[in-house]
Design a protein around this ligand. Structure first.
Ligand code: GLN
Length: 226
């Protein structure tokens, strides 16, 4: 919705997919929390409205913003040319690469995507991880809506690897000691907040909130005095 509609409504609706720790995940109290959620809270408080988080499959986030079901996508979403054709992105707020995660203690340690040829790999549907493995011929790709299900598949030995964003791979490996990261693929991704195409007022507002978050107390003093 437009900035004025959001203010009128008194609620900012943010869509996310919460199996993506530490950006968005469900905690012990069944609340959706994380780095992205704190950014969402900041945007809502700067707007002076309440925050509503909508839990959606990752591949439904872009359709949801196009149909005005949500105001923003804050979901560790990589800025890609293809996505930027249908939605607008904020300035980048986080850098990312893909990681290959395998089971510990087995003789399988893929060092590149090529090493996954002939293997079964789980990804999240519609992610950049899905994109990079689907480009390589000979990988048997299984696509899940939840990363928790992809890792269950790895644990149960129904797939040989999971490919996903590095920071999130780190979080899963830390939580379940039976996995390890066998390699990182330098994809040079950057996360952005998604806004409905053409909603310039809201986009400008989100960009100002992000750039203010980047400012150190020192930067703020320089801006004030020079
Ligand atoms: N950064 C990846 C992408 O944009 C994964 C995001 C996610 O699964 N939440 O596709």
């Amino acid at each position: 919705a437009s900035l004025s509609k959001i203010k009128e409504r008194g609620i900012l609706i943010v869509g996310t997919e919460p199996t993506f720790p530490p950006f968005e995940f469900v905690d012990q109290n069944n609340n959706i929390v994380g780095f992205d959620i704190d950014i969402a809270k900041k945007v809502a408080s700067e707007l002076g409205v309440e925050l509503k988080i909508l839990n959606l499959p990752f591949d439904s986030l872009i359709p949801a913003i196009m149909s005005d079901k949500i105001d923003l996508i804050i979901a560790g979403m990589t800025i890609t040319n293809k996505r930027a054709k249908v939605i607008d992105f904020s300035i980048p707020y986080f850098n990312a690469n893909q990681s290959i995660v395998v089971r510990k203690g087995e003789n399988f340690s893929p060092k590149s995507l090529e090493d996954l040829k002939g293997k079964k790999v789980a990804v999240q549907l519609g992610t950049t991880g899905d994109l990079v493995v689907s480009k390589i011929k000979g990988i048997k790709v299984t696509r899940f809506q939840k990363f928790t299900d992809a890792f269950l598949e790895l644990q149960n030995k129904r797939v040989d690897a999971v490919v996903l964003d590095e920071a999130v791979a780190n979080a899963y490996v830390k939580k379940f000691q039976k996995f390890l990261i066998s390699s990182v693929i330098d994809t040079g991704e950057k996360y952005g907040i998604g806004v409905k195409k053409g909603n310039k007022e809201l986009l400008d507002f989100v960009n100002s909130v992000i750039s203010n978050m980047f400012k150190s107390p020192y930067d703020i003093l320089v801006e004030k005095w020079f």
